[in-house]
Design a protein around this ligand. Sequence first.
Ligand code: F6P
Length: 349
Amino acid sequence: MRVGVLTGGGDCPGLNAVIRAIVRKGILNYNYEILGIFEGWKGLMKEDKIKPLSLVDVTGILHRGGTILRTSRTNPFKVENGVDTIKATLKKHNIDALIAIGGEDTLGVAAKLYQDGMKVVGVPKTIDNDVMGTDRTFGFDTALNIATEAIDRVHTTAEAHNRVMVVEVMGRHAGWIAIESGIAGGADIILIPEKITFVSNVCTLINRRHSRGKDFSIVVVAEGAKIKMSPDSQEEELVLQDKKLDAFGHVRLGGIGYKLAELIEAGTGFETRVVILGHIQRGGSPTAFDRVLATRFGVHAIDLVHNGQFGQMVALQGVKIVPYPLKDVVSRIKTIDPEMIETAEVFFG
Ligand code: F6P
């Protein structure tokens, strides 16, 4: 059996751990040939982007961030003859099955290709933790720890200067990184995409906290958070870096921290500064949790291939890794549970 492996979408820590696990178990337990497909779906539509992966190729990569296979946000359904080209490439290289490691977009392509008759298995990755069917995606824990450490650091400088510090984190249209790093870092207010926040309330909460004798505040804002000036204002703001859409129809978020800081300073009179964590959240070495989860995902993904369970994604549910249908992952994202939001709100202001 010849199995192709690709990583698609934004990178995240733990991708190499999945690749290593697939190669190890595929070669040693099943005697498969594993083929690395470079730069995501693009690799199946170009020449020279497919190379066999040996045991030696995957030594020393467990702890490394990024992906040895590189990645891209290519959508084959947006490329002329994209799917036919993929089919031809798979045939040319005698690839019997494919493991696609990616987020909602990559897994959405995998689901469609499966419907089209291809033997595909998915592995959920993203720092955003927004993939349906799995309690956790790998990469999230690393991003969460980076954001928490940043909030801890910002705390001491905020306190020293009697400032409000706004920390903007990633997460696209889900607030997982914001809410969990905000709770872990003791943020005084957290803004997330799941709940519209009124700037007037943010200012009231900061004023309340400062009237109790505190001279600084920490505000965590998700890049996709929606804000309104006040309960009666019509306008809901989503701040974009760029209005252009990528191949999967996504806008580029980012910059809400600056807007919010301006409004907080104007509304409270307290000096306010901004920190945008950006891609730092996606870079570097994965945490132990992510290394273990990614390793388990990789091992179970090659098992799904071996058992002929195609059209499935590996998922963490409770403490177990289980198969989850790829078709149920598509066009929905997993957002934060209201109970988590209520818990965070106990500590606001
Ligand atoms: O999906 C992961 C993510 O890091 C989001 O949190 C963020 O909005 C986006 O990717 C950034 O994408 P890019 O790497 O293309 O700037």
